[in-house]
Design a protein. Structure first.
Length: 121
């Protein structure tokens, strides 16, 4: 029992659900503006947004209706990114991840002297 070796498994957290959702929305906006993406594929997210804001709902039960809207948005974003050329999607994902990894002022060193003001009171 004392000879238990540590695991080599490491878990890297990337920011959670909200971070991934925002990153996916940024990807969709970038793909919508890219001329290499087929114009017919761009109709899918627009149709999903139109369905979201329209007063017509496929399921009018209060709780299930909201889930229906969320499912349509998720499905349309998934289908849209799958219909886009893979190399274009990878290019935009790489650009988005490089924007997240940049930390401005990381190499700057600030040399200051600290003064403890609690001794002077």
């Amino acid at each position: 029992m004392d000879n238990k070796e540590p695991s080599n498994l490491t878990v890297v957290q990337k920011g959670g659900v909200i971070h991934e959702t925002m990153n996916h929305l940024k990807l969709i906006f970038r793909l919508m503006g890219d001329p290499r993406v087929n114009i017919f594929a761009k109709v899918i997210p627009l149709g999903a947004l139109l369905y979201l804001v329209s007063p017509i709902d496929a399921i009018s039960i209060p709780v299930i209706g909201a889930l229906d809207d969320a499912a349509i948005l998720w499905l349309s974003s998934y289908v849209f990114t799958e219909l886009c050329p893979p190399e274009v999607v990878q290019e935009h994902q790489k650009a988005l991840s490089s924007n997240l990894n940049e930390v401005s002022g990381q190499d700057d060193v600030v040399d200051v002297e600290a003064t403890d003001i609690s001794d002077k009171l």
